[in-house]
Write a protein that binds this ligand. Structure first.
Ligand code: PRP
Length: 186
């Protein structure tokens, strides 16, 4: 048995992911200038794979920093409580900030992060997410760059996990239901 056996189907294959990420990189190159020198804020852990590929398509001068949040705590449904586990190293006052996320689901994480970063008075604040799952939205959050809209399925791979596993898969897949379904009681 391997990780691959736990995947029901491939939702976005590796080549489609990479093509779209190159396009997003181009969109970002056309949005900022070298003088802007945007700070890409990677929301850990899920966005680390996306950031690593995205940054290599950027030709504009930029920097990266990391923030870690958690709202799921190994469960399949958001707890609704967002915690900052790791904060930025850099002061963002007056900086052009681009938040990089792997997925926007309920919108709670992004809402929390954007409200938090706005209080630090950046020059501008934009959001780039690889995946958008609008059917699950609880809080509306503006998105500036979107890779793919995905249906309401349990997606893993390319940084997205279930119980911290599957992040290494090079594609976006749908997890087999029996892997994440809670055992019946009684
Ligand atoms: C995931 C994902 C987003 C967030 C999206 O992070 O990376 O940050 O959930 O869900 P939401 O829109 O409902 O808030 P998670 O808290 O699972 O941490 P992880 O990135 O370390 O996996």
């Amino acid at each position: 048995m391997s990780l691959w056996d736990d995947i029901d189907k491939t939702l976005i294959p590796e080549d489609e992911l990479q093509q779209r990420i190159a396009q997003i990189g181009q969109e970002i190159n056309e949005t900022y200038t070298d003088e802007d020198c945007p700070l890409l804020v990677c929301v850990l852990k899920g966005a680390f794979v996306f950031l690593a590929d995205l940054t290599r398509h950027l030709t504009i001068r930029h920097e990266v920093d990391f923030m870690e949040t958690s709202s799921y705590a190994s469960r399949t449904v958001s707890s609704g409580v967002v915690r900052i586990l790791l904060d930025l190293e850099r002061n963002i006052q007056g900086r052009h900030v681009l938040i990089v996320e792997d997925i926007v689901d309920s919108g709670r994480t992004l809402d929390y992060v954007t409200r938090n970063l706005k209080t630090r008075e950046p020059a501008s604040l934009r959001v780039c997410t690889l995946l958008d799952k609008p059917s699950r939205r609880v809080i509306e959050v503006p998105l500036d760059f979107i890779g793919f809209e995905v249906p309401d399925e349990f997606v893993v791979g390319y940084g997205l996990d279930f119980a911290e596993v599957y992040r290494n898969l090079p594609f976006i897949g749908v997890l087999r239901e029996e892997i994440y379904a809670e055992p019946r009681r009684g």
